[in-house]
Design a binder for this molecule. Structure first.
Ligand code: C5P
Length: 305
């Protein structure tokens, strides 16, 4: 970086990971996407995106924890480029991503970084976008990006981009179990198509159970436990059979219930309250798994400095 490219300003954004408390999937549509009825919840595991203005028009990215992600195909870079093109921005920016959300983990980590880059760059370049504009741009980038912007708890339909926020009073405690290798979302959806053709998955798109929405509104973990649902589980387990052991280990560790998050492989286990979550996470980590306690819902992408 030469003198003229020295940063003039920086914006820092924090973005949460998501779980799908329920994920119902219909047969693939002509556009290659599957129609969904899902309930997203944002949880307290965050990536941080810092955007620093540069005079050159380039968009650069640095992810110290995962340099393999650094390049033009990174969704955060594409988010910055989308704003640059759409709003004729002159300058560029250097993006720095501090990653905590697992990569290809089924928790919308890449989408979180894109949402973070959108908000950080829109602020840096003083674009003054309203929520509607930001959501529209987010949907162009990926199916989970609008929820990463919104956060909280929301019903998602369409490809997952049509969102209806759900008011939740209280906190739901989860214990996450990470896998050491990611799963590709398109591969899991592809496996789902195969299993559907063989009659192993529901042939129609299921509605979200209204009892699950009621249990969520009051953060009633006991009522919620038997209602967790993920139509992609069978596909994720078919691709990564060890996930069945992880789900079993969560039950043995005393969780109320467990499910695979999105397309996996991260598993999420429901706890009664914080102290129960501590208990479950201790027991699960004793099995050698990498675990993390999180709470939801939390807000979506937010400026932090
Ligand atoms: O929207 P996004 O680019 O994040 O989606 C990644 C891939 O996941 C898609 O290319 C598609 O294979 C699959 N997908 C899907 N149906 C959805 C969302 C994602 O089939 N509703």
């Amino acid at each position: 970086m030469n003198f003229h490219e020295v940063a003039v300003e920086s914006v820092r954004v924090r973005v949460p990971a998501k779980l799908n408390v329920a994920l119902h999937v219909g047969p693939v549509a002509d556009d290659g996407y599957h129609p969904l009825n899902t309930v997203f919840q944002a949880v307290s595991l965050y990536d941080e995106v810092v955007a620093t203005a540069t005079k050159s028009a380039d968009i650069t990215i640095e992810t110290p924890a995962a340099p393999d992600l650094d390049g033009p195909s990174n969704l955060a870079v594409r988010a910055a480029q989308l704003l640059q093109e759409r709003y004729d921005v002159d300058g560029g920016c250097a993006l720095q991503v501090r990653k905590n959300i697992p990569i290809a983990g089924g928790m919308a980590g890449g989408s979180a970084d894109a949402a973070g880059a959108l908000l950080a760059c829109a602020t840096l370049w003083e674009l003054d976008l309203d929520h509607h504009e930001l959501s529209g741009l987010a949907a162009e980038l990926g199916s989970d990006v609008p929820f990463s912007v919104l956060g909280g708890t929301a019903l998602g339909t369409g490809r997952g981009t049509e969102l209806m926020p759900l008011l939740v009073r209280g906190t739901v405690w989860w214990v996450l179990a990470f896998d050491d290798q990611g799963l590709s979302t398109p591969a899991v959806f592809g496996k789902y198509d195969e299993l559907l053709a063989q009659g192993h998955t529901p042939q129609q798109l299921t509605e979200v159970n209204p009892d699950l929405l009621r249990a969520l509104r009051t953060a009633d973990a006991l009522a919620l436990a038997p209602l967790l649902a993920n139509d992609l589980s069978v596909a994720a387990v078919a691709l990564r059979p060890s996930l069945a052991d992880t789900l079993e280990a969560g039950r043995t560790a005393g969780a109320l219930a467990g499910l695979i998050s999105g397309s996996g492989p991260t598993c999420a286990f429901l706890a009664r309250d914080e102290s129960h979550a501590i208990d479950v996470s201790n027991r699960l980590s004793a099995t050698g798994r990498v675990v993390r306690r999180v709470a939801g819902p939390v807000p979506g992408a937010r400026l932090v400095g």
